[in-house]
Design a protein around this ligand. Structure first.
Ligand code: DGJ
Length: 719
């Protein structure tokens, strides 16, 4: 039997206090900054202090926000678990049967024998200080049981007053939106069979007007690439919480006797400001064994350069220019396989199109490899065009309500990879292409939402099984091809989550590479995903998706922080233009060790047209910042920019790194002139963070990069 004293888990700067005496299941009393040593008596006092008073007009023993809050113990908010067996036993009453606690992990099992259910809850504080919840329910009865929902609950402190999440669309993913946290429930759901372009990567709630640098804030994320739900709720009795999990379709999770449903991992982070909250997620990503461990190759993607216009001489010429500019990976996008002359046909027929590629892909791949670059190839394995051999041969492999195809999107339908034969066919096709060609990288696309996602024969819902199938497929391909890297693309950023990123090495952050749009998109995608996993490309001068025109320096300075690349027809650039692009690539290569391992920061500047972001090296000896003006500033000159994340006690020199903005005729700026004269200003991290420097006057839609380097010798601690 378990003890009922409160437990204190601590790791990675985070503490969690769990009260094991609450009715039904334990309850998290505290989740936030490390509490340090906590004597047992103090924890016990905290538990007593948290017991609510019985009030008139309510139930006799006030309900508690437990790990899985249950109606059977009086909870009247969103329930932690719902399901049903036949027409009976709608609300189980779980009771703890075992509890095992370590320093940073707590495992609880709970049963309801009458309902025929067993629950397993694992709370883990990871090294990064994230709170991970792993939930599973097993059918211990003798008949089928349908699970409808199993959600992870994370309590919020009373200081949480304001909610931040994201919305979006194709070409504009991760638009932030905020509202006040009031009594009631705010649900964000994905019913798209993939997270979706509008998906929120997390739901955050914090102190009023919390920003990147300040304000206590908590957030949760579900590591799952299918339908999901996020909830922020405040009950009339004042409980506040975040909850998240998979959104299951009717009958999608019917458990046979003895079967288990394991919910996707749910992660919670907190921070004093979003910079700290995001850095815990980044640390978590970087601690995974599968995290890419070699420098991210600068990439050229052919899509916006040639689209479907594949011809060998053009593509070889593009490769020549790419190599001259210093590019390290060349990715041939859509259009290489059978019948794929545009986006109306061919998906599913993963054989090199002999009419376009009479000698196969080898002539291009050999050329690319001879130039010292890796070769990558585009696939969209989960999709099928009705106009394809695959659809003609196997209409029964297409996801649909029996007898009726879902409404088409991009002229395509979705394959049911939960059908073993369909899975084997796709695995074999991709494996053959990889075995017969020197390919190091797949850009794995997924260009439509799922609708009426059912098995064509039985009519059963298949979103969950297809997410599992795609994870399995990626894992199997990587096992067969150990050097293989995969990019997760879904019309840009419509499938971004910690589930897909267990199997992939970067995401395509958005199909829109207009730097103005990307500044917002990358800032908010970066709340979850570290920059080295975000594809950021320099497009052509005129954005293909917005029509705006931007200088090379603005396009490059906004892309340089991520997994850098080029998506632009560079075959006609003059030698001078190619040289300028090459200088940006060189600058990225000089900084990429810092950019891809350091701490990402954003400054909370009062003027919304001013954007300052950067990455500080882990040892805080150097940092690269980008300052951009997105529109005209109300102030003229625009005021100060500050530099978050530096060591307050270290003195740094501050130097413009890329400063080819148009000279606007104003007199020189003192700190810029000092750097140009070889004597950059030296200031402490404390002053740079609190007061900063005068921002240079820029035209709207311009950026400058600023290098900050420690001057004082490194401090060595002796003990
Ligand atoms: C959508 C992707 O997001 C683009 O980058 C490109 O790969 C196209 N699909 C190709 O069809």
């Amino acid at each position: 039997m378990h003890s009922s004293r409160p437990l204190h888990l601590a790791r990675g700067g985070t503490s969690v206090v769990v009260d094991t005496s609450t009715a039904g299941l334990p309850s998290i009393l505290y989740w936030g900054p490390a509490l340090g040593e906590c004597p047992a008596a103090e924890l016990a006092a905290l538990a007593s202090a948290s017991v609510p008073q019985r009030v008139s007009g309510s139930i006799d023993s006030p309900a508690r926000l437990t790990l899985i809050p249950q109606e059977s113990y009086g909870w009247q908010g969103t329930p932690g678990f719902t399901g049903q067996r036949g027409s009976g036993f709608l609300t189980p009453a779980f009771q703890v049967t075992d509890l095992t606690a370590g320093q940073n992990e707590l495992t609880i099992t709970a049963n309801d024998d009458d309902a025929g259910l067993a629950l397993k809850i694992q709370l883990t504080l990871t090294e990064a200080g994230l709170l991970r919840q792993r939930l599973a329910v097993t059918n211990t009865g003798t008949e089928e049981y349908e699970v409808r929902s199993l959600l992870a609950f994370f309590p919020l402190p009373d200081s949480a007053q304001e909610v931040l999440d994201h919305t979006g669309r194709h070409l504009r993913e991760r638009s932030p939106q905020r509202h006040n946290l009031t009594t009631g429930s705010y649900h964000r759901e994905s019913r798209r069979g993939r997270p979706g372009a509008d998906a929120t990567l997390l739901v955050a709630a914090g102190e009023r007007a919390f920003g990147f640098e300040r304000g206590r804030v908590h957030a949760v994320h579900t590591a799952w690439s299918g339908n999901h739900q996020y909830i922020v709720e405040q009950t009339p009795s004042g409980d506040r919480f975040l909850a998240c999990g998979e959104l299951l379709l009717p009958q999608e999770m019917s458990l046979a006797p003895g079967a288990t449903y394991a919910a996707p991992d749910a992660f919670g982070s907190w921070g004093d400001g979003l910079n700290e909250l995001a850095s815990r997620f980044h640390t978590e990503f970087r601690s995974r064994p599968e995290h890419p461990d070699r420098p991210r190759p600068v990439t050229l993607n052919t899509w916006e350069a040639v689209y479907f216009d594949h011809n060998l001489p053009t593509l070889k010429a593009l490769a020549d220019r790419a190599a001259q500019a210093g590019i390290e990976r060349y990715v041939l996008d859509d259009g290489w396989f059978s019948g794929r002359r545009d986006d109306t046909a061919g998906l599913g027929d993963w054989f090199v199109d002999e009419t376009i590629w009479p000698d196969g892909l080898a002539p291009l791949i050999d050329h690319v490899r001879s130039l010292g670059m890796e070769f990558g190839l585009w696939f969209e394995p989960e999709m099928v065009n009705p106009d394809s051999q695959l659809a003609r041969n196997h209409p029964e492999w297409i996801i649909q309500t029996p007898g009726r195809l879902p409404v088409a999107a991009r002229q395509q339908q979705v394959l049911n990879l939960a059908i073993p034969e369909a899975y084997d066919y796709i695995l074999t096709c991709i494996d053959d292409v990889l075995r017969t060609n020197d390919i190091a990288y797949i850009k794995w696309d997924h260009n439509r939402d799922l609708l009426e996602a059912a098995d064509a024969t039985s009519g059963a819902a298949v979103v969950h099984s297809n997410v599992e199938a795609v994870y399995r497929l990626m894992a199997e391909l990587k096992e067969r091809h150990p050097r293989l890297e995969i990019e997760s693309c879904a019309s840009g950023g419509a499938r971004v989550d910690m589930g897909i990123l267990r199997h992939t090495d970067r995401i395509w952050t958005s199909d829109c590479i207009d730097p103005i749009e990307r500044l917002v998109n990358q800032k908010y995608t970066g709340l979850l995903v570290p920059p080295e996993l975000m594809g950021m490309h320099v497009g052509g001068p005129r954005s293909h998706s917005t029509g705006r025109t931007h200088s090379l320096s603005f396009r490059s300075a906004t892309a340089i922080f991520g997994h850098f690349g080029v998506e632009w027809d560079i075959s006609n650039l003059t030698a001078e233009e190619l040289g300028r692009l090459g200088s940006w690539i060189d600058l990225h290569k000089r900084w990429r060790d810092v950019l891809h391992a350091g701490t990402t920061v954003h400054a909370d500047l009062p003027d919304p047209s001013m954007d300052l972001r950067g990455v500080v090296a882990s040892d805080k000896r150097s940092a690269l910042y980008g300052y951009s003006l997105t529109g005209s500033s109300a102030s003229y000159p625009p005021g100060r920019i500050t530099f978050p994340g530096l060591d307050p006690m270290t003195t740094y020199s501050i130097t413009p790194a890329a400063f080819d903005y148009e000279d606007q005729g104003q007199s020189g700026l003192a700190w810029v002139e000092a750097a140009r004269n070889g004597a950059p200003l030296a200031m402490s991290g404390r002053l740079l963070g609190a007061l900063g420097v005068q921002a240079p006057v820029l035209f709207p839609e311009q950026s400058v990069l600023i290098e900050v380097r420690a001057q004082t010798p490194e401090r060595h601690h002796t003990s």
